[in-house]
Design a protein around this ligand. Structure first.
Ligand code: AP5
Ligand code: MG
Length: 192
């Protein structure tokens, strides 16, 4: 199995690059943001609670997303590997993920961290907000709150994986194809 975390702040291109990476490497894409938005569109109780938090640009509780990831891992017993996008976002989530993977006799191979300036992040998300219908893209205040939440709670997750020498910083600005090339170069060094 090959398990990868695609890491980076809101708007850094995790979703965009994940689509291309799963097509090339045959990994199962697990995005907690997408899983939460699916709960919202089905109007489940979990989705309705999560939406209130997401619309403020804050993180939903650890137990909620850890539960979702645990079910997704169990639901895909034949996966060649997993690409985690937007998860883990706290140290508690990282520790839980390590334990879940350990139970399956596997682990994280690498965390690829997309490096994008804050100015570029805001520009991309404001632009997407004009058409996406994602309510957390709808005003610059919420976009900046998401980035602040990333800086205060999520950025430190890279330190957690640095202890195990698993973090590689990748250029996240420029063309989508060039960034994809950078990511593939790092994966190809590590995958069988
Ligand atoms: P989530 O869905 O994970 O959103 P996010 O991290 O805020 O980031 P985005 O999905 O907006 O950006 P992205 O990095 O995927 O970039 P994208 O490819 O879309 O989380 C949403 C919310 O859910 C959180 O705020 C939180 O409330 C909750 N949540 C989710 N996971 C959680 C967890 N684990 N714990 C707790 N709460 C959680 O690209 C962005 C835009 O830029 C697009 O328009 C794209 O076309 C464009 N773009 C991409 N690449 C380029 C490029 N190279 N040049 C120019 N434009 C580009
Ligand atoms: Mg995304």
């Amino acid at each position: 199995m090959f398990n990868l975390i695609l890491f980076g702040p809101p708007g850094s291109g995790k979703g965009t690059q994940s689509e291309k990476l799963i097509a090339r490497y045959g990994l199962k894409h697990l995005s907690t943001g997408d899983l939460l938005r699916s709960e919202i569109s089905q109007q489940t109780p979990l989705g309705l609670e999560a939406k209130k938090i997401m619309d403020k640009g804050q993180l939903v509780p650890d137990e909620v997303v850890i539960g979702m990831i645990s079910s997704a891992l169990d639901g895909n017993p034949d996966a060649k590997g997993f690409l985690f996008d937007g998860f883990p976002r706290t140290d508690k989530q990282a520790e839980a993920l390590d334990k879940l993977l350990d139970l399956k006799k596997t682990s994280i191979a690498v965390m690829l961290a997309l490096n994008v300036s804050e100015e570029e992040l805001v520009k991309r998300l404001v632009k997407r907000g004009e058409t996406s219908g994602r309510s957390d893209d709808s005003n610059e205040g919420v976009i900046r709150a998401r980035i602040a939440e990333y800086n205060s709670k999520t950025a430190a997750v890279a330190e957690y994986y640095k202890k195990f020498d698993k973090v590689v910083l990748v250029k996240g600005e420029g063309s989508v194809d060039d960034i994809f090339g950078g990511l593939c170069g790092e994966i190809d060094k590590r995958i069988d």
